[in-house]
Write a protein that binds this ligand. Structure first.
Ligand SMILES: *Cc1c(COP(=O)(O)O)cnc(C)c1O
Length: 370
């Protein structure tokens, strides 16, 4: 059986170090507001090459707190619009909604699956305050003209970096490209905790302080509440785990790249569209959080693979605008997003898989007949 994202296997190589880290936290008697969150924040800021990193509870909160911090500091107001990719995980849209803002969906480019840069300007109006760029599947979503657009229209550029930890665009790490970025350390992400965790990165000191305050009941000094905040802090134990795994994440991303190259070189099938990397941006512009192929026969292909002991997943089966939760989008037609959701299939790809595993998946896929 070739499993999809087998966390037990993925974390096996860290097991001893993780157990030691957990024991140290248990023995310390300090489970929140300790030195480990601090140390991890410093490591994350150094890795990303930004001035500030703030640990929070999860990736959704990281996004939400960035937006709420802009509201709190008077830069955004209720009802303002934020451009978001139509082809993303639902969290991106939810963060906008929960900050009292309005998500405006932008169709993706069918080659990159990321937001189509050419469509952005037509969606900007006087209420538009920000663009959230999602580096979907681990592929960098960035372009030099974004900065020009942002300057011209006074917009904030926010990265949803949940899926692209360690990716680079022209020598800069994702998380350092825009005005602020949200990280998720959900266990299956490229840098995964052993539970929920997230972080915000930014070079904006005022924003970083506000995010930190909002994440801690609106307080930066014990018993003094300056704003109406939340409880969204990172735990010491997750910070300790993340510090262990941060040391090897580049190595793991390299393993992912090697396995992805093997897929790209070996899968050859008229019914299957392989993911593309942007040659001009180089290898590091993709960290292969997911290896996503496309086929008009997606459901048959998934079943065929399952019958041959190969697990796959769909990221994602139903687009956000067609979810019951988003009644306000009812009737909205986004043909490229919908086509992607009907055709995508994620193949097994994680650092615990071997070349032989990938070879087996390729061999079976190449024999698929419709
Ligand atoms: C995982 C993910 C999130 C949310 O992260 P959580 O830590 O699960 O809250 C946000 N956006 C994208 C694109 C994601 O993949």
């Amino acid at each position: 059986m070739i499993k999809f994202s087998d966390l037990q296997n993925i974390n096996q190589k860290y097991a001893e170090a993780l157990k030691e880290a957990a024991a140290a936290v248990i023995d310390s008697g300090r489970y929140l507001f300790g030195k480990r969150v601090n140390e991890f924040e410093n490591s994350l800021a150094a890795y990303t090459n930004v001035s500030y990193a703030v640990g929070v509870s999860n990736g959704l909160d990281a996004l939400r707190l960035i937006l709420l911090a802009y509201v709190q500091t008077g830069q955004f107001k209720k009802g303002d619009e934020v451009l978001v990719p139509a082809n993303t995980y639902i969290a991106t849209l939810l963060s906008v909604f929960h900050a009292g803002l309005v998500p405006v969906l932008v169709e993706p480019d069918l080659e990159t699956y990321n937001m189509d840069f050419n469509l952005i300007e037509s969606r900007i109006n006087s209420k538009t305050k920000a663009i959230i760029l999602v580096h979907l599947y681990g592929r960098v979503c960035w372009d030099s003209k974004l900065k020009e657009l942002a300057d011209q229209y006074g917009l904030k550029l926010i990265e949803d970096n949940a899926q692209a930890f360690g990716a680079e665009w022209e020598g800069l790490k994702t998380g350092a490209l825009g005005d602020a970025a949200a990280f998720s350390f959900f266990p299956t992400k490229n840098l995964g905790a052993l539970g929920d965790a997230g972080a915000v990165s930014t070079n904006d000191g005022e924003l970083a302080s506000m995010v930190r305050m909002l994440s801690n009941y609106g307080s930066s000094e014990k018993s003094l509440n300056k704003v109406k905040g939340f409880n969204s802090r990172m735990d010491e134990i997750q910070a300790a785990f993340l510090q262990v795994k941060l040391k090897i994440v580049d190595e793991e991303n390299e393993l992912r790249r090697n396995l992805a190259s093997q897929y790209l070189e070996t899968i050859c099938h008229p019914e299957i569209v392989l993911p593309k990397i942007d040659g001009a941006l180089g290898n590091k512009s993709h960290v292969w959080h997911l290896f996503v192929i496309r086929s008009s026969q997606r459901n048959l292909l998934q079943q065929y693979l399952a019958e041959r002991q190969i697990q796959t997943q769909i990221h994602y089966p139903i687009p956000p605008h067609q979810q019951e939760a988003w009644a306000e989008f009812e009737g909205l037609c986004l043909p490229i997003t919908e086509k992607i959701h009907q055709e995508v299939l994620s193949l097994p790809l994680d650092p615990s898989l071997s070349k032989e595993d990938i070879e087996e998946v390729c061999r079976v896929i190449n024999k698929f007949s419709v």
